[in-house]
Design a protein around this ligand. Structure first.
Ligand code: PMV
Length: 317
């Protein structure tokens, strides 16, 4: 049997972070330039093995910590496949997605591994975007509290997604991109666990529900308008909407001096718009730029303290 290799991209949230937790729409997109890769091949008789070259780890599945995300993912696929035992295999996972910076590295590693194992077990029905996303969500939920589900969706579908968290099924809508979109992603270098920012917003919402409901609804309206602007290829409008979303996120107190500095620097250097992306308080910001190179904006971000700048393009569809 030949080895099976699958990948999953990184992701950025374009609009609606935080508000999405409360049922308002958000838009996220894949970052295809960075990826997680899973490769699975038959084992040598020593059971299921995990190989993680990035971490210098090579171990038997039995040795993995019970709350290890990959071990959990393997367990969930085994359960979904109705197997009492797994065949021997060696699963190697690598990733070029920066970790713990809101680019979805955890979700992508899980999604790639889930898809590879499902295919290895000859269960293509468990390797569909929908199934991979659902199983990845389970792992994320155990690891990160109660995420909205947007991360696992985008890394599994690998398309820009208009997303609404709702019962009984989330609204997951891929939509067309009217003109190519070029983004720079600037990393503040400040580690900020999303869980803390989400918990803090919840406390503020509980203390001042009217004010926060109003802010979330504002984000929801901006997200709806942004979808239209993306579909129509109206870049100027899209840039304005990003600025407006950043202002609402500042009011929710999830921006930070570092994020504000990068957003201001990008705008001053000619970006069409910029905002923080993801949980905030650190992590990454995104800037909509006119072309793939965008050297003046890139330069400005570095000068304003960005530790790393990635570029990504959303192709026209
Ligand atoms: O920090 P990230 O990129 O994982 O994004 C978190 C997005 C939130 O809306 C703040 C939380 C969520 O679960 O959607």
């Amino acid at each position: 049997m030949l080895p099976i290799q699958t990948t999953a991209p990184g992701k950025i949230i374009l609009f609606g972070e935080h508000a999405v937790v409360y049922g308002y729409p958000a838009i996220a997109a894949p970052v295809t330039q960075v990826r997680a890769t899973a490769r699975i091949e038959p084992g040598d008789g020593s059971g299921a093995r995990l190989v993680l070259p990035d971490l210098g780890r090579m171990q038997s599945l039995l040795e993995a910590a019970a709350d290890d995300a990959l071990a959990l993912a393997i367990h969930l696929v085994k359960e979904a496949a109705g197997l009492s035992e797994l065949p021997d295999f060696s699963l190697t996972v690598t990733s070029s997605i920066p970790i713990a910076s809101g680019l979805g590295s955890g979700a992508a590693v899980t999604a790639a591994a889930v898809r590879a194992l499902a295919l290895f077990l000859n269960r293509p029905d468990l390797a569909t975007n929908e199934q991979v996303s659902a199983l990845t969500y389970e792992v994320e939920r155990i690891h990160h509290g109660t995420p909205s589900g947007i991360d696992n969706t985008v890394v599994s579908y690998e398309q820009p997604i208009f997303f609404v968290r709702q019962q009984p099924h989330n609204r997951i809508e891929p939509f067309p991109v009217g003109r190519p979109l070029y983004f720079l992603i600037g990393d503040t270098g400040v580690a900020s666990p999303t869980k803390l920012a989400v918990g803090d917003v919840r406390r503020q919402w509980e203390a001042a529900p009217d004010r926060f409901n109003h802010l979330f609804a504002g984000c929801g309206r901006l997200t709806e308008a942004a979808r239209e602007a993306i579909e129509q290829g109206d870049l100027a409008r899209l840039g304005e909407l990003m600025q407006a979303n950043h202002a609402l996120l500042q009011e929710m107190t999830v921006s930070s001096p570092e994020l504000d500095r990068l957003v201001a620097a990008a705008s001053a250097a000619g970006a069409l718009g910029a905002k923080l992306s993801g949980g905030g308080r650190g992590g990454n910001m995104i800037a909509l730029v006119r072309d793939a190179a965008a050297s003046s904006v890139r330069q400005a971000l570095i000068q304003a303290g960005a530790k790393q700048v990635l570029a990504t393009t959303l192709p026209q569809t």
